[in-house]
Design a binder for this molecule. Structure first.
Ligand SMILES: Nc1ncnc2c1ncn2[C@@H]1O[C@H](COS(=O)(=O)NC(=O)[C@@H](N)CS)[C@@H](O)[C@H]1O
Ligand SMILES: [Zn+2]
Length: 413
């Protein structure tokens, strides 16, 4: 599947330090020096409807910071992202709005691409849809069958979580916590015939009585469609190989999605840990509740853009919050970002300014420390304030700071 066009990344005169990020599995900071020299990151993509809300945008900007921090430290990055272009929530939305589910997915994926371009998010090297990945999914399920980790319930196939003795190591949750949230996030703990309530769906067999409108594909497993978690295990393994550096997404994916994806991949490739770090972005709320499609409390990037809001002001507002924090989107947030954007642009346009060298070093250090964009913005704001107050006489400082803001933060000033 086509990704989107890449913004240019201006070269900087100095190399950034190696980046350390918080790993959900260990609860600590992990230094992400890619052993293979090429950083490999899988970030879960959208389920293409109600795109691109500001929660989506905040999460993809967060991983864009990691992508840029790796590049700033001199590493190439192989970044893979999926599109969950077949799954229950998408089919339900298509039915509810009377749309063809394929057209809905294509339209919303295209809107997402244009929003990512406007926000200057670097595109993935591979952008893979669940539908196009069905052969990869079937192959991985066949491997899991050989490992004895698959069993049927009716027409469907389930993954047996007891097949993986590291199950639970991504979230660190105990069974009660898992059981409490599993049903809310797509699980079916109470389905009769399952060996363990936490076992998850791998393949949903076609059932023309119960779900006559559902799409289905022929496979060695029979006619059906893939479950959610296995899609990411299979796409990541195929496009990045086992032992990738980061599996990423919003914090609502820690369990069951990333736990199950890792377990399935690890049973398929027992000797290698699926990812060296599991990185999760906080939840953005609106009107007091997490922005979510089911609640419909959404602010869309495209709506703001349609109102003439500069996408760089949207990006700046997102960067003002630490990527792991949960926070509330407000109009005041955006207004503050519009104002700061104006000040930064005025300062970098000044013929001389305060010394740029220390700004590069401080911004790089902030981002290398768990992607601390708010700290990086404070450095830029201080530089702009002193430059606009007439301090410093370094000719060309503005150009250097503008290149830094672009390369490290994706902000085109
Ligand atoms: N309110 C929110 N704040 C921050 N991130 C969010 C929010 N809502 C969703 N996300 C993140 O946005 C990404 C896409 O979410 S999604 O459209 O629901 N799609 C999925 O979660 C699956 N397609 C992943 S394979 C996920 O990483 C999710 O965690
Ligand atoms: Zn995923």
């Amino acid at each position: 599947m086509r990704a989107w066009s890449a913004p240019d990344v201006p070269p900087l005169p100095v190399r950034a330090p190696e980046v350390r990020v918080h790993d959900s599995a260990t609860g600590g900071l992990v230094e992400l020096v890619p052993p293979s020299g090429v950083a490999r990151m899988y970030v879960c993509g959208i389920t293409p409807y109600d795109a691109t809300h500001l929660g989506h945008a905040a999460t993809y900007v967060a991983f864009d910071l990691l992508n840029r921090a790796w590049r700033g430290a001199g590493h190439d990055v192989r970044y893979v992202q999926n599109v969950t272009d077949v799954d229950d929530p998408l089919l339900e939305r298509a039915t509810a709005t009377g749309e063809d589910w394929v057209e809905l997915a294509e339209r919303e994926t295209e809107l997402f691409r244009t929003d990512m371009e406007a926000l200057r998010v670097l595109p993935p090297s591979a952008y893979v849809g669940a539908v196009e990945a069905i052969p990869l999914v079937v192959t991985m399920i066949e491997q899991l069958q050989k490992a004895g980790a698959v069993y049927p319930v009716g027409r469907d196939l389930y993954f047996s979580v007891t097949a993986d003795d590291t199950f639970g190591s991504v979230s660190g949750w105990d069974r009660d916590q898992m059981l409490a949230i599993f049903a809310e996030r797509g699980g079916d703990p109470d389905r009769p015939g399952k060996r363990d309530p936490l076992d998850c769906l791998l393949w949903q067999g076609e059932d023309l009585e119960a779900r006559p409108d559902d799409p289905a594909w022929d496979s060695s497993l029979g006619r059906g469609r893939p479950g959610w978690h296995i899609e990411c295990s299979a796409i990541a393994r195929d496009h990045l190989g086992a032992g990738l550096d980061v599996q990423g997404g919003g914090s609502d994916l820690v369990f069951p999605h990333h736990e199950m994806s890792a377990s399935e991949a690890q049973v398929a490739e027992p000797d290698v840990r699926f990812a060296r770090a599991y990185v999760h972005a906080g939840m953005v709320a609106l009107d007091g509740e997490k922005m979510s499609k089911s609640k419909g409390n959404l602010e869309l990037v495209s709506r703001l853009r349609g109102q003439g809001v500069d996408p760089m002001a949207i990006r700046l507002a997102l960067l003002g919050h630490h990527y792991r924090s949960d926070w509330e989107w407000t109009a005041a947030d955006l207004a503050g970002a519009v104002d700061l954007l104006g000040r930064l642009r005025e300062a970098v346009a000044a013929p001389t300014g305060a010394e740029a060298g220390p700004v590069i070093e401080a911004v790089h250090r902030a981002l290398a420390t768990d992607l601390d964009a708010p700290a990086a913005l404070a450095v830029l704001r201080d530089w702009a304030d002193s430059t606009l107050a007439g301090a410093g006489d370094e000719a060309g400082a503005g150009k250097v700071v503008a290149d830094l803001a672009d390369a490290a933060l994706g902000l085109r000033l």
